[in-house]
Design a protein. Structure first.
Length: 231
């Protein structure tokens, strides 16, 4: 629990229900497990957009490749190629910075984190949750409410593995670089390539794999979605 307003708003944004903080009139808690978001008059609402179940489960790409086409249509922002430019040294520092900033994880040992870093490796924002998808929705929701979207000059660091849905949410928010402590699924790699996102996995122990789009990493000359290059 915690930061439920950000969770609700972030979920509605990554589902395509809202497109900006200006679409929201009010948010209220209706008990410990329910939030009500009132949209402003004139904001179109299609309840069919919520007629899915994969985003509120532990799925990691079961929705299938047809969803890549849906993400292409739903994206409000397109990432610019080749920016930001990152050094391997900066990327190596990210996991320790994230770990030290995870206050709730330090208490429980059981929470995922989604975080944003500047190209210089400065921690900009952090959200935690039991669910990986919820943590990212909280993060995107907080940035939406602060009117910081698109996240075109940020690195998204995830504490676990990278599923298709996490790449989808990041793509809709305009994230150019996704890094993760764990592995990506093959569909996550495919979607990242489709969206022009640099995807890094196994970012730990002074190493990482580049799964696609090396052009944002200094010293990484090979650009492929088929072979991971270790740095």
């Amino acid at each position: 629990p915690g930061n439920n307003e950000c969770l609700a708003v972030g979920f509605l944004f990554t589902e395509g229900i809202i497109h900006s903080a200006g679409d929201v009139n009010s948010i209220r808690a209706d008990g410990p497990n329910a939030m009500t978001v009132i949209l402003n008059r004139g904001v179109p609402f299609d309840s069919a957009l919520l007629d899915r179940h994969s985003y509120v489960s532990s799925s990691c790409g079961a929705c299938g490749k047809h969803s890549i086409a849906a993400v292409r249509v739903a994206r409000l922002y397109k990432v610019a190629p080749g920016v930001p430019v990152l050094t391997p040294e900066v990327i190596h520092t990210l996991p320790n910075i994230l770990r030290e900033a995870q206050a709730e994880f330090s208490l429980t040992g059981g929470l995922h984190a989604s975080s944003l870093f500047s190209p210089r490796g400065t921690l900009v924002a952090l959200q935690e949750d039991v669910g990986r998808h919820n943590a990212l929705d909280k993060l995107i929701g907080s940035e939406l409410l602060a009117e910081n979207l698109p996240l075109s000059n940020r690195i998204l660091l995830l504490s676990g593995r990278v599923s298709f849905e996490l790449v989808q949410k990041a793509a809709i928010a305009g994230v150019p670089v996704i890094a993760a402590v764990g592995a990506p699924s093959s569909l996550a790699v495919e979607l990242a390539a489709e969206c022009g996102i640099t995807l890094l996995g196994f970012v730990r122990d002074k190493r990482f794999n580049v799964y696609n789009d090396c052009n944002r990493i200094l010293g990484c000359e090979k650009n492929t979605i088929d072979v991971a290059q270790a740095l």
